[in-house]
Design a protein around this ligand. Structure first.
Ligand SMILES: *Cc1c(COP(=O)(O)O)cnc(C)c1O
Length: 236
């Protein structure tokens, strides 16, 4: 536990330095960039250490794993983000512990999350996940995300849902794409959303390999797994 704590503390310090550097390069303040630690495949003890080190945002991508971990960490001052592909039949479960669902990409999910949040007596924040791959065409089931054309309609649906709050947008850079160009495209989509929904200021863009590009494009949230917690062994 002490060794793991030292390891995570060192990783966090290095990450903060890199984030600071990227912010200076982009002419931005580091206060404008929130690190969401992606703890998938990692034990709840890692989440507890991170919380103790001052991390306040935790992200998970599978409901089964996330709900157990969130329960084990109840009482810690953490904001829980769900960032993974979400099935409609898992929406009610996710609405019980997630403060933010970053991966909403279709209307049936909006309705299911809204019902789940109502039943849980909670307000759940939502980001619309956008598929930035221009080659996706009609086959958009790869890494998830709504087609850019679908975003305005989805934003309106979330804004109209009584128990959901539209926070902003999220994306993963398409495989093989230049991350900076992809995230700049996301920023332009985000601008369109904010014209109609000015409070939807969140832009979640950038992971361990490309968070500098996210920061350069204006990300308010970066989702960091391996750079903080170490390399994951391949899952599924
Ligand atoms: C796993 C994951 C991340 C973090 O990935 P790293 O490359 O380990 O930083 C970010 N976003 C999503 C949606 C993920 O599933």
């Amino acid at each position: 536990m002490a060794a793991r704590r030292a390891e995570l503390a060192a990783n966090l310090q290095l990450l903060r330095r890199r984030v600071g550097h990227a912010c200076r390069e982009a002419g931005r303040s580091p206060e404008g960039v929130t690190v969401v630690a992606i703890t998938k495949t990692r034990p709840a003890s890692d989440v507890q250490i991170l919380a103790d080190l001052g991390v306040r945002h935790i992200g998970e991508n599978r409901d089964q794993e996330a709900r157990v971990k969130a329960a084990a960490c109840a009482g810690l001052p953490l904001t829980w983000h769900f960032v993974g592909p979400l099935q409609r039949n898992k929406a009610a479960s996710v609405a019980r512990y997630a403060d933010v669902v970053q991966s909403v990409d279709r209307e049936p999910l909006v309705a299911a999350l809204d019902r789940g949040a109502a039943r849980a007596g909670r307000q759940v924040g939502v980001c619309l996940q956008v598929d930035l791959d221009p080659r996706a065409g009609s086959d958009r089931d790869g890494r998830g995300g709504a087609a850019p054309e679908a975003v305005p309609g989805l934003a309106a649906a979330v804004a109209d849902a009584a128990n959901l709050e539209l926070l902003g947008v999220m994306a993963v850079a398409p495989l093989g794409a230049e991350p900076l160009a992809a995230f700049q495209y996301l920023a332009s989509i985000h601008d369109g959303v904010r014209r109609r929904h000015p409070s939807a200021t969140m832009m979640s863009a950038g992971m361990s390999a490309d968070f500098e590009a996210g920061i350069s494009a204006g990300a308010t949230h970066i989702r960091i797994g391996s750079a903080l917690l170490g390399a994951r062994t391949a899952l599924k």
